[in-house]
Design a protein around this ligand. Structure first.
Ligand SMILES: Cc1cc2nc3c(=O)[nH]c(=O)nc-3n(C[C@H](O)[C@H](O)[C@H](O)COP(=O)(O)OP(=O)(O)OC[C@H]3O[C@@H](n4cnc5c(N)ncnc54)[C@H](O)[C@@H]3O)c2cc1C
Length: 424
């Protein structure tokens, strides 16, 4: 297909990876973001896990069982804050409808295929244009604290084994033997699922590195940062131009990669997209010399907290607040993450490095769809494509999502079943 002028809206990891694959195909790409720098949205300080095998959708059969507990508890890791937004009710209904074994297994299959494509695609990108982002294959251990959650996890592991995942179930003692830093909480564990091939990396460093690569030859991508899209000018079935705070900007095609705000922006173009923000929090604490910190990425399923070693620091992330996406960083969430870190890995960090001002508090909005399947492909607006809704796995799925998008634009046979991710 002939090269086109394409504007990618969003300079998070999904937009930047999209720009990489589109520019590699010879398109003339501009990346536009309202923030003054790349990676300022959800891609900034996320959980850092390239979690290729741990892709089960959030809409799990266990959710209806746990929902009353989450809704009633004030300090629950999962929280729904109903607002005046009728879209939220529709989204929640679709989410609950997806909480069946059948829907969850089906989504797992599609997400595993996309994550395998993502691993291969990220490795290909890094071979072609290396970027330093603390990228490592460190493995991941999900530890579980109840017999029921262990049974659920083993069932998921057996399903994924039939789809090619290499994972093993461990007893509590085996978890502690593999990762001695877990000794403090060993008493409450019933076991874990170990995935030796999982990877870790700093998503912001990857965004910044990619921006550097993209700005140079042979990619020659242009960046229009600090430019907000406020509307679109339609001409029939096409977008004629984006209306921005810097005036109208036009192209042959537009890729909506605006993360948690993709749903809102799609509405401006007359399209319904089931992407809603789900807020999460992180801290990044310096490791002390001779520390007893985990080497692998750890997910403490009971606490719904993930830990990832990142250079000389430990990234700790958690919480899921389904809300209207107000910009706020609640100090009690940061205090809770810090307390959980101190309790779980008491010898990882020096006490002074756990001070609220030194833990680099952050919060961001995961772009969630009800099924956890991202939305990738052409829309019924002829020159508008979407690449959004990667949810809690956007760092993991960015490279494969971007490659799928470029394949769709080029009319190439994609490496995964594209219809599973098609808008609408
Ligand atoms: C606490 C937390 C932990 C996480 N942990 C992990 C993890 O361990 N592994 C993993 O794979 N994923 C993780 N995620 C998910 C991952 O961070 C996201 O899925 C991913 O960053 C989404 O990337 P994105 O490019 O779609 O969105 P973003 O990074 O949010 O980028 C979207 C961009 O669009 C721009 N934009 C929005 N509206 C406009 C507009 N009107 N005009 C111009 N620009 C606009 C924004 O400024 C933003 O820069 C986590 C997320 C959170 C919040």
């Amino acid at each position: 297909m002939a090269a086109m002028r394409i504007i990618v809206i969003g300079a998070g990891i999904v937009g930047l990876a999209s720009a990489w694959w589109l520019a590699r195909d010879g398109h003339d790409v501009t990346v536009l973001d309202r923030a003054p720098a790349v990676g300022q949205g959800a891609s900034h300080a996320n959980g850092a896990q390239l979690s290729y095998a741990y892709v089960a959708p959030l809409a799990a059969p266990s959710v209806p069982r746990n929902l009353p507990k989450w809704l009633l508890s004030g300090d629950s890791p999962v929280r729904v804050r109903p607002g005046l937004d009728p879209g939220l009710a529709v989204w929640l209904l679709r989410f609950l409808t997806a909480c069946t074994t059948r829907a969850s297994d089906r989504a797992t299959g599609h997400l595993l295929a996309l994550s395998a494509l993502s691993r291969a695609s990220l490795h290909e990108m890094m071979q072609a244009t290396p970027v330093e982002f603390h990228h490592k294959r460190n493995g991941k251990l999900v530890v579980l604290s109840s017999a029921q959650s262990m049974r659920d996890a083993e069932r998921q592991m057996r399903l994924q084994a039939t789809l090619g995942s290499r994972q093993e179930a461990l007893t509590a003692a085996e978890c502690v033997a593999l990762e001695p830093a877990l000794a403090t909480i060993g008493g409450r564990l019933v076991g874990g699922i170990h995935t030796p091939e999982e990877e870790v990396g700093d998503c912001l460093a990857l965004c910044e590195g990619l921006a550097g690569v993209l700005a140079a030859a042979p990619f020659n991508v242009r960046f229009r940062l600090g430019t907000e899209v406020r509307g679109v000018r339609r001409e029939g079935r096409r977008i004629a131009a984006l209306r921005t705070d810097a005036g109208e900007i036009d192209a042959d095609a537009y890729v909506l990669a605006a993360g948690a705000r993709a749903g809102r922006l799609a509405r401006l173009a007359g399209i319904a997209l089931p992407v809603r923000p789900m807020r999460g929090y992180s801290i990044t604490a310096a490791l002390r010399p001779g520390n007893a910190a985990p080497v692998r990425s750890i997910t403490d399923a009971a606490r719904k907290v993930v830990y990832a070693p990142l250079g000389g620091a430990l990234r700790v992330a958690g919480f899921a607040e389904i809300d209207a996406g107000r910009d706020e960083l609640r100090p009690e969430r940061i205090a809770a993450l810090t307390a959980t870190l101190a309790e779980t890995f008491p010898d990882a960090c020096a006490a002074e490095d756990l001070h609220p001002e030194r833990v680099r508090p952050w919060s961001g909005l995961r772009p969630m769809t009800p099924t956890s399947l991202p939305v990738i492909g052409r829309t019924r607006v002829a020159n508008l494509l979407v690449n959004a809704g990667q949810g809690a796995l956007g760092f993991t799925l960015a490279a494969g999502s971007a490659r799928l998008l470029a394949d769709i634009v080029a009319g190439r046979e994609p490496g995964v079943a594209a219809e599973a991710f098609a808008p609408g």
